[in-house]
Design a protein. Structure first.
Length: 238
């Protein structure tokens, strides 16, 4: 994994207790950052969709460490199914965690990021770029994140705050289990899905994290409002 220097940086990672977020948090700490994890299952739980709770959590981070430099908005929730029978409460939860959560974390963090010319990196998905059968709610939320990020990039550019997006394709974590379960024959479903990927495999979280760290680093100092796709060629060849 590419080494970046985040010595002295204070970072928040939402959804940081497992999968991509866990690997990202570990990599940031290795690179010298102080990392605070926002997650409903962490030792200090934070419901990312609760604006008041997120605001308090962000303020507590700043009180403990004196500043905030990096925000990785990575918390996600995935459920799939036909749109005409998709439960509305599940749709609401999908939007709440994925899109509202991204907005509330950004909203609470912006004043502190302005003070230190900080960075926001959102995690979207290739589903937010091209859509997928059974993923209407999830794809809508992830597409919304891209619109949110691009708007914030324009809004905050003169403050020196950069805002970008990483859009993963198939990443080998349990997060994708609802997709395989919907298909019934999970082994066959994975095989068929990966036949659409030119590289014919899923990525590991360790292969995605360097892209996230690059966007947060000084090496990306003139990059904002962009979507960095990490999908083995999937969206570029469909």
């Amino acid at each position: 994994m590419t080494r970046h220097n985040f010595e002295g940086k204070v970072a928040i990672v939402s959804g940081g207790t497992k999968g991509i977020g866990r690997v990202l948090s570990q990599a940031l700490r290795t690179a010298g950052a102080v990392v605070e994890v926002f997650d409903v299952v962490s030792s200090s739980p934070v419901d990312i969709s609760d604006a008041a709770e997120v605001a308090r959590a962000v303020e507590n981070v700043v009180k403990r460490h004196g500043k905030l430099d990096l925000v990785f908005s990575n918390a996600g929730f995935l459920r799939v199914g036909p749109t005409d029978t998709f439960p509305m409460e599940t749709f609401d939860l999908t939007i709440s965690v994925n899109l509202r959560g991204a907005f509330t974390l950004a909203r609470a963090s912006i004043p502190h990021l302005r003070a230190h010319q900080g960075v926001i990196v959102f995690t979207s998905s290739t589903s937010g770029l091209v859509g997928a059968s059974g993923e209407a709610a999830y794809a809508a939320a992830k597409a919304g994140i891209i619109g949110l990020a691009r708007s914030l990039a324009a809004e905050l550019a003169l403050d020196g705050v950069r805002v970008n997006v990483v859009a993963p394709g198939w990443i080998d974590t349990p997060f994708n289990d609802p997709i395989w379960a919907l298909a019934g024959d999970q082994s066959q479903a994975k095989l068929e899905a990966l036949q659409m990927v030119p590289m014919r495999r899923q990525a590991t979280p360790e292969e995605l994290v360097p892209a996230m760290m690059f966007l947060a680093s000084n090496e990306a100092s003139y990059i904002t409002g962009q979507v960095l796709v990490v999908d083995g060629g999937l969206s570029g060849t469909r």
